[in-house]
Design a protein around this ligand. Sequence first.
Ligand SMILES: Nc1ncnc2c1ncn2[C@@H]1O[C@H](COP(=O)(O)OP(=O)(O)OP(=O)(O)O)[C@@H](O)[C@H]1O
Length: 234
Amino acid sequence: MKELKLEDVSVGRGGAPIVRDVSLTVTSGEVTVLLGPNGAGKTTLLEAIAGVLPITSGRLTGDGDDLSGLDRVSRAKRGIALVEQGRTVFSGLTVAENLRVVRRGTGGDRALDLFPELGKRMDTQAGLLSGGEQQMVVLARALSMSPSVLLIDEMSLGLAPVIVKRLLPAVRALADAGAAVLLVEQFATLALEIGDTAHVLAGGRLTHSGPAAPLRKSPDVLHAAYLGEPAGQS
Ligand SMILES: Nc1ncnc2c1ncn2[C@@H]1O[C@H](COP(=O)(O)OP(=O)(O)OP(=O)(O)O)[C@@H](O)[C@H]1O
């Protein structure tokens, strides 16, 4: 899949509207950053794309094909992978076993190219790794599935910025290798450094959409968008 497209997508939880009329495109080779305050609906939107939650209205297409009728497994088979919030390693299994759970093709080897430090920890129980190393396993596991669309939900949760700085270039490398990446990240400045396009979601609506580069130098625009003030639509 080269292009994932959302057109006026709305998503609810338990009957309550959470995400409203979101339109955005995630393209192969690019990192699309999705920023926004807590509770804005970022996780809800990623879950709707992955097929965990239904879309209430709007269109979700992959290379022009309607995906909304597909369940989560079918969307995964179409190449959509969701790296969920929180580190979700199988803590009782070794790193090698964690990677083997989903491994197919050559994705696992690519994962080791990205995080060579995991090579030395293959026989270690994943639950004994540091938080940053666990997140590497989670990313490596997603990569093992050779996804064409990678949805990453706040992988930095609970990690120090120095670790996040190690992980984000790997995300950039995945996009450079051809993946379409949609990255939800609380460290806005760090995410914008590796992003091509940025969207800000506040109160369930997009309040800013545009190239990532100008936002790096415009904290005021970012701040206004976080507060829900529409600015700089493009
Ligand atoms: N399981 C649920 N049932 C009902 N409402 C929920 C559920 N999970 C989240 N919500 C509500 O949906 C809204 C959006 O939550 P969501 O987790 O999508 O936001 P977010 O932008 O990812 O926030 P955060 O950055 O805090 O993770 C919030 O108001 C939240 O209270």
